[in-house]
Design a protein around this ligand. Structure first.
Ligand SMILES: [Ca+2]
Ligand SMILES: [Ca+2]
Length: 1020
């Protein structure tokens, strides 16, 4: 599989439905036909006709590789089946692909094999065709062009004259580019202050005038900044006064190519580059939002350089005119001191909008809002330093100490999940920020137990102001258990899923304000601030640091476009917003989106005292923006926060097409961490996009690969299965070595081990990797195990498999990450995507009495119906539901492993060099099925300490197999190792049977056990 094919977790697919499948791609649309292909046959039902145009007419070998959507998707590489272009029409060639309408869309790329195993692609883009509602009955057509990642919904849309699109980019005051424009002709830039330009047979109408353009080159700086446009035809504008450029940018802009007086091409302009060129230098350092002057008056500032006017609308007050600073494009107004901490406001922006086709007046909220009233109708004029926004004892409250980022252990938790199901929490606090500040509740006691054992961070799913939970009057459907495979509970959830109180929240509206639905009163902007701080303060008091999940790669809807149309979002070649992340992709490669990100991060770090950030789909953010953010936020906070994210590589930015991405391959040495798909896939088996039998067949290290095959894999382990398992074991070893790129395993560099075409080892230091076996995306760890473990495995053994999986991340170098409830065998009834599955499927029982498996019913039809037939026997399997004793045993075993980790920094080495010099895997050259042996020495060869050097030797043995295993490490013969004291007096009686025979250096470990042996350090 190629890099371009590898994608992140199901967040992407999760959110497809959030955005509404229809119209997901603006340039894709629905549309069941049309175009100028008269003479071509009608499209058959449930068929997608893909048209393709190559400028040179060289179609040989070109075809469609589609991994989602066709009735028979492509697998392998270059792909089987591939759908080669055959039939011709006036546009080019086309191919008909039978599709499965319920798939909702086709995910594909265009490739041409160059050998039996290699192929070239037409652009490094994963393409999407969203299915029309009537594709099942009428079929559908799409149009593609060489060198253009856009999916067009008509042949006409792909033609030269189309001022509904914006296919040219004004990059700087002096230069613009127009990709794919044929050479020659006369180029003109038409302008109209109020819009109204049209193009027809007699030419361009309705413009105020035009400037002639001349062919010109881009300089090096522009070619580097706009690398994906570097080879596009470029043009120079005449020398214009700065004021003239600013004036042009406030109106409609159309470029046209004329040949012998006829318009052959015309399009509108994308203006992000020139806006940065003209305004960013002065705008970047402005204080935006509301600040306060020396007289205590609020000063409002909003960046709107293309606006014709901006007015401040304070609720209950006459409109106030704002004044533009022409150098920065910032509009400002100084208001009245009486408004502070009680007034609410919006802005009225009069602006030309390409999307709306004219000058419009938009009422907008402040992107820099720090708090708002219910459902984000208006922002509050709030001075967060005032007492009314602070809980008692807020200022100077203690933050739990942490010596190094590598000491972090992260717990991913959703605010509502934490207490919605906890009967020990007073009803008014359930699902709210304030639940964290209760005492003695089951949830708080559980967090405290985790913290005292060694958990260091709670990472909260989105808590900024999000769009998908009603902040007033949200409903909680009443559901009763109706049996293991009942369809009723999910149907009840579905009926109110957009009105209920639950959503993951990957739908940002206001990046710098707390979400209102988690506050006790959403209408009063002060309450959410105070209660959010109360939550942070309480978590700190519980001994836990706080990480916020931030989503700067997209917003919910394109509301930022209502202030500066065409600026904040990444645009495709036609000028429409890219949506590869699910929703409207933001463009932090432009200065003011980057500034919005950095400024709002600072708000959380400074005003809310949070301790780190997890970046959703971080690979869509430039590395430079991430590094600038880290530097600026740490400086503002006066301390080093924790930064990590989803550093996947996909979509329109893949392979650094537009800029150097903050993706795994580039994060080495930055100190910014990334989730490791390598260890995840090896522990769980298969991958996040498996479906059908593959979900069951592809077992992993922790659930039986080879050593405990399920029925689909046969009763004996084949050599192929064994080599797959041993490959998984090596991926886990490399993960336990912190994914350090120059760690040597069995004579081979970690970076030389292959993971789907990428290096398995890719970090400089262990804290640059987040090791995990489960996360909110995809099936929970418990649920994925139930697909893959043999049906006869007992509940108690299933619980032990959970500990084995978590043991690999908890006993390894690198930062361990747990999804809340993993230590309680959390299930979502096999749901692969619970983003909108309500409280019912997202429940956690902190009293460790039940995990509800077999009582929740089938998971949501929306996300899982295709798998229901495979799920029914699993949900009905009476071997699976754990007893309270099984759940508590799992929890207590995890607590013991946390204590072991906390006991010595030998398990949390600070640097890649320490990992290289101190960590080894004695069994790597002599692999056993289901066994991993990791040794950490107390001293390096040069005599210096490994971590705290607390032990002369520390040996971790993870035996995933159900049977006892013995492994001898010859170099440890004669040494005096014994089971770690925490485990020797720990909760797990089976682990206590583990032993070490000094004479032979031989370890014996019971089945499905994580054993840690230590040898006291000799006195120096
Ligand atoms: Ca909200
Ligand atoms: Ca919902």
């Amino acid at each position: 599989m190629t890099n371009g094919m590898r994608r992140g977790w199901g967040r992407l697919t999760a959110s497809l439905a959030m955005a509404g499948v229809v119209g997901l791609l603006a340039a894709c649309g629905g549309g069941g036909g049309g175009g100028d292909d008269a003479g071509a046959s009608a499209v058959a039902p449930a068929t997608l006709r893909v048209h393709y145009q190559r400028t040179g007419g060289d179609y040989a070998g070109w075809g469609v590789y589609a991994w989602h959507g066709p009735t028979t998707p492509s697998t392998g590489w270059p792909g089987s089946p591939r759908f080669e272009f055959g039939a011709s029409d006036g546009f080019g060639r086309y191919v008909d692909i039978p599709v499965n309408p319920s798939a909702g869309r086709m995910d594909f790329l265009l490739n041409r094999p160059t050998s039996a195993s290699e192929a070239e692609k037409d652009q490094e883009c994963d393409r999407v065709a969203t299915f029309a509602a009537d594709i099942a009955t009428r079929g559908q057509e799409i149009w593609l062009k060489q060198g253009d990642c856009t999916t067009y919904d008509s042949a006409q849309a792909a033609s030269g004259v189309n001022i509904g699109h914006a296919r040219a980019m004004w990059l700087s005051a002096a230069r613009l580019v127009w990709p794919n424009l044929p050479p020659g002709g006369e180029l003109r830039l038409y302008h109209a202050a109020h819009g109204g330009i049209t193009v027809n047979a007699s030419g361009v109408q309705g413009a105020d005038g035009f400037h002639a353009l001349s062919a010109a080159a881009l300089d090096t700086a522009l070619r580097e900044r706009f690398r994906h446009l570097a080879s596009a035809p470029a043009f120079a504008l005449p020398t214009l006064a700065a004021s003239e450029v600013r004036s042009l940018l406030k109106g409609q802009l159309v470029v046209a190519r004329l040949v012998q007086g006829q318009v052959t091409h015309a399009t509108q302009l994308q203006i992000q580059g020139v806006l940065d060129d003209v305004y960013a230098a002065q705008a970047r350092d402005q204080t935006l939002g509301v600040s306060f002057d020396e007289a205590g008056r609020p000063v409002f500032r909003v960046w709107a350089p293309t606006a014709r006017s901006v007015e401040l609308a304070v609720v209950g007050q006459p409109l106030r005119t704002m004044t533009e600073d022409p150098g920065s494009g910032v509009w400002s107004h100084t208001g009245e001191a009486a408004w502070v901490n009680n007034a609410y406001y919006t802005y009225r922006v009069q602006v030309y909008s390409r999307q709306d086709g004219g000058v419009v007046t938009n009422t907008v909220t402040d992107p820099y809002a720090v708090t708002l009233n219910a459902n984000s109708q208006a922002a509050m004029v709030a001075r967060l330093s005032d007492a009314m926004f602070k809980p008692a004892g807020w200022d100077g409250h203690a933050i739990p100490p942490l010596q190094a980022h590598s000491d972090s252990v992260i717990y991913e938790l959703h605010v509502r999940d934490f207490s919605a199901n906890d009967a020990t929490v007073p009803a008014a606090h359930r699902g709210k920020y304030t639940a964290f500040a209760q005492t003695g509740t089951d949830g708080v006691r559980h967090l405290q137990a985790l913290a005292s054992a060694g958990l260091t961070h709670v990472h909260l799913l989105p808590t900024y102001d999000l769009a998908t939970i009603p902040e007033t009057g949200c409903v909680t459907p009443s559901i009763t258990s109706a049996g293991a495979t009942s369809e009723a509970p999910q149907a009840t959830v579905a009926a109110t899923k957009d009105d209920d109180c639950f959503n993951w929240g990957y739908d940002p509206r206001h990046y710098g304000a707390p979400e209102g639905s988690y506050a006790s009163d959403a209408a009063d902007g002060a309450v959410r601030v105070r209660e959010f701080r109360q939550m942070v303060q309480a978590l700190h008091a519980h001994g836990l640091r706080v990480v916020l999940d931030v989503v700067y790669n997209h917003t919910s809807g394109s509301f930022l476009d209502r202030i500066v149309p065409g600026y904040y979002y990444r645009l495709n070649g036609d000028g429409f917003i890219e949506r590869s992340t699910c929703c409207e992709n933001t463009a932090p490669e432009y200065a003011m989106m980057e500034k919005l990100m950095i400024d709002t991060l600072k708000t959380w770090a400074v005003e809310y005292q949070v301790d780190g950030f997890r970046f959703d789909i971080m690979g869509h953010i430039p590395l430079a923006a991430m590094q600038a953010a880290r530097t600026a936020v740490d400086a503002a906070a006066g301390r080093a926060l924790l930064y990590y994210g989803e550093a996947w590589n996909f979509g329109e930015v893949a392979n650094d097409r537009q800029f150097v991405q903050a993706r795994q391959a580039h994060l080495r040495g930055t100190g910014i961490g990334s989730f490791s798909d390598r260890i995840r896939d090896a522990i769980r088996g298969g991958g996040p996009f498996d479906s059908g039998d593959a979900v069951i067949r592809r077992q992993g290290f922790a659930n039986g690969r080879c050593y405990d095959n399920n029925a689909l894999n046969g009763s004996t382990c084949t050599s192929e299965q064994r080599s797959e398992l041993h490959y998984q074991q090596n991926l886990i070893r490399l993960g336990m070595a912190g994914s350090v790129h120059d760690f040597v395993l069995n004579g081979q560099l970690a970076s030389a081990y292959d993971y789907g075409g990428q290096p398995a080892g890719y970090t400089a230091d262990p804290h640059e990797v987040i090791n995990y076996a489960g996360v909110h995306d995809g099936e929970t760890l418990f649920d994925i195990h139930q697909f893959k473990l043999p049906t006869t495995t007992t509940a108690a053994e299933r619980a032990r498999a959970q500990v084995v999986a978590l043991g690999t991340v908890l006993m390894g170098q690198g930062i361990p990450f747990l999804h809340a409830g993993d230590e309680l065998l959390r299930t979502k009834s096999l749901d692969r995507d619970s983003y909108n599955a309500g409280d019912w499927f997202n429940r956690i029982d902190w009293s460790a009495t039940t995990n509800y498996f077999g009582t929740m019913g089938l998971p949501s039809a929306e996300k899982n119906q295709a798998e229901w037939d495979r799920m029914r026997p699993i949900l009905s399997n009476t071997n699976i539901p754990p007893s309270a004793a099984d759940i508590r045993a799992t929890r207590d075993a995890v607590l013991d492993l946390l204590r072991v980790r906390r006991d010595t920094t030998m398990l949390r080495l600070r640097s890649g060099a320490d990992v290289r010099d101190c960590v080894s895997f004695p069994d790597a050259a002599d692999q056993r099925d289901g066994l991993i042996v990791m040794r950490v020495t107390g001293r390096k060869n040069n005599g210096s300490l490994c971590g705290d050097g607390r032990y002369a030797n520390l040996v971790v043995l993870i035996n995933a197999a159900p049977t006892v295993q013995t492994y001898a490490v010859a170099t440890l013969a004669g040494r005096s190792l014994s089971l770690h004291p925490v485990l020797a007096s720990g909760s797990d009686s089976r682990v206590r049977e583990a032993s070490f025979a000094s004479g032979t250096g031989s370890f014996t470990v019971p089945g499905r056990s994580v054993a840690v042996f230590v040898e006291p350090a000799e006195a120096p």
